[in-house]
Design a binder for this molecule. Structure first.
Ligand code: UD1
Ligand code: CA
Length: 461
């Protein structure tokens, strides 16, 4: 039998009143990515024929937020002008879905759902026309409850506001994720009404219709309940952020990374770390980032979209952004590596040093209080304390080229564009404005004088 096409419908039109926010709920973020972004990215792993996103509240903002998403050409934005309920929302997308498709319906406010779970939902379509993702939870308040008959078959879903006292005791809840055959789903949706406590067309009402027509209904569970945590308020947003953060730390620990406190490590996005790396407390790492083995990251560091080779040491309070660090590199404490920093093997960047668009060759050292921007620095060159590459003339940026085995004395300014050739020495306190030839000493500070008989001024009475 030919594989049925898969169409995914993501419900994202609701206001999210309980967030108390001007930002559409689905654009609030978990681990630096919007709720809708999480659901879309998990959906894409199933390689669906199309993703239909039902939008309404803040629709322009939502579309704009995804303008540059890599797969945006596979999205079909469907507008639901009035939010009449989840069943009504799905109905808006149906005309664009072929009769023979499987339809996987997701809600944008359940962001941690895993592709493996979604795949199992689609596979269930081989034996039932309707599958629900349910979970048994300690506190089911606010969620739709799964009702079952005395053979334990699913008979329907009853929403919190419509549930009897007895039904409110049911601990099996609807995750909001439902999969169905397109043709039958269309028939069921035509039959639902809004005779309920919220006067909405509930998607969940298709379940009792399917049961009454004698269809087998599959009920699957996620691997972990955290996958189906919904977000309706900022408190739930923070809960999901914590769950995500902890899950990432666990993933790293299981792959051989030492995490001193999994509750004080934030991994956001795609982050790969090799084994026997140690991460101290209060570290934020944003992907895509790749970190080798034997690396130590001290407390309070933020590393964004960077590559760190093996045996790098990052001392406390260091910020690294769009940079590449070779093996054995040592940075910080209090260093700031800005975009375009490339440090070859064994480079040392010390405290209060800022680099930007700077390439430093093997063994180069900038140990204290310097700014190295738009510069190349040769191997084993030593840049003394407080050296500044003056790269900006107020209008344009210029380059500083420093050779290998150069010694730049402390508190010097290198006024770009300027070149210092191999083996040159710059006397401390110099302002360098012209090429320094190889192996020469350049010194530009005023000659020291002594004034005899000089008296310090005294305070006026
Ligand atoms: C829904 C389910 C409930 C389930 C819960 C799980 C229904 C009727 N209820 O309740 O059984 O336990 O999710 O999280 O389906 N939306 C639209 N258009 C609308 C209404 C909603 O696009 O007209 C979207 C919302 O933006 C949201 C999703 O659908 O992303 C769910 O809506 P929400 O109001 O949050 O439903 P719940 O009350 O959480
Ligand atoms: Ca919800």
């Amino acid at each position: 039998m030919a594989q049925k096409p898969l169409h995914i419908v993501i419900l994202a039109a609701g206001k999210g009143s309980r967030m108390r926010s001007n930002l559409p709920k689905v654009l609030h973020q978990v681990a630096g990515k919007s709720l809708l972004g999480h659901v879309i990215d998990s959906s894409l792993e199933l390689k669906p024929s199309q993703i239909h996103v039902v939008i309404g509240h803040g629709k322009d903002q939502v579309i704009e937020a995804f303008e540059s998403h890599a797969s945006v050409d596979r999205f079909n934005w469907v507008e639901q002008t009035e939010q009449l309920g989840t069943g009504h929302a799905v109905s808006q997308a149906l005309p664009a879905i072929p009769e023979n498709a499987n339809v996987l319906m997701l809600t944008a406010d359940v962001p941690l759902i895993k592709a493996t779970t979604l795949r199992a939902m689609v596979e269930a379509m081989n034996s039932s026309p309707l599958a629900l993702l349910t979970a048994i939870v300690d506190d089911p308040f606010g969620l739709g409850r799964i009702t079952r008959d005395d053979t334990n078959a699913v008979t329907g879903i009853v929403e919190q506001k419509d549930a009897s006292v007895e039904q409110q005791r049911i601990q099996e809840i609807n995750s909001g994720i439902i999969c169905a055959h397109r043709d039958q789903l269309g028939d069921w949706l035509e039959q639902i009404d809004n005779n309920n406590a919220q006067k909405e067309f509930y998607l969940t009402d298709v379940v009792s219709l399917a049961y009454q027509a004698g269809n087998p209904i599959a009920a699957l569970h996620p691997q972990e309940n955290s996958e189906v945590n919904g977000i309706n308020s900022r408190v739930q947003l923070a809960e999901v952020e914590c769950l995500y953060r902890y899950a990432q730390a666990v993933r790293l620990m299981e792959s051989g990374v030492t995490v001193l406190d999994p509750h004080r490590l934030d991994i956001r996005g795609d982050v790969e770390i090799a084994q026997d790396t140690i991460i101290d407390v209060n570290v934020v790492i944003q992907g895509p980032t790749k970190i080798g083995s034997g690396v130590y990251i001290a407390p309070n560091c933020v590393i964004t979209e960077s590559v760190l080779a093996d045996n790098v040491t990052v001392h406390p309070n260091t910020v690294i952004e769009h940079s590449e660090l070779g093996s054995g590199v040592n940075v910080g404490p209090f260093a700031r590596l800005r975009p375009g920093t490339k440090l070859a093997q064994d480079v040392k960047i010390g405290n209060f040093v800022e680099t930007k668009n700077a390439q430093l060759d093997e063994g180069a050292k900038v140990n204290h209080l310097s700014y190295v921007g738009d510069a190349t620095v040769g191997s084993n060159t030593n840049i003394g304390a407080g050296v500044i590459t003056c790269n900006y003339d107020g209008a344009n940026k210029h380059k500083t080229t420093i050779g290998k085995d150069v010694f730049v004395g402390s508190d010097s300014q290198l006024v770009a564009p300027v070149e210092i050739k191999d083996g040159a020495t710059i006397g401390a306190g110099s302002t360098i404005t012209a090429t320094v030839e190889a192996n020469k000493l350049a010194i530009s500070r005023g000659k020291q004088r002594q004034i005899d008989g000089w008296k310090r001024p005294t305070k006026a009475r």
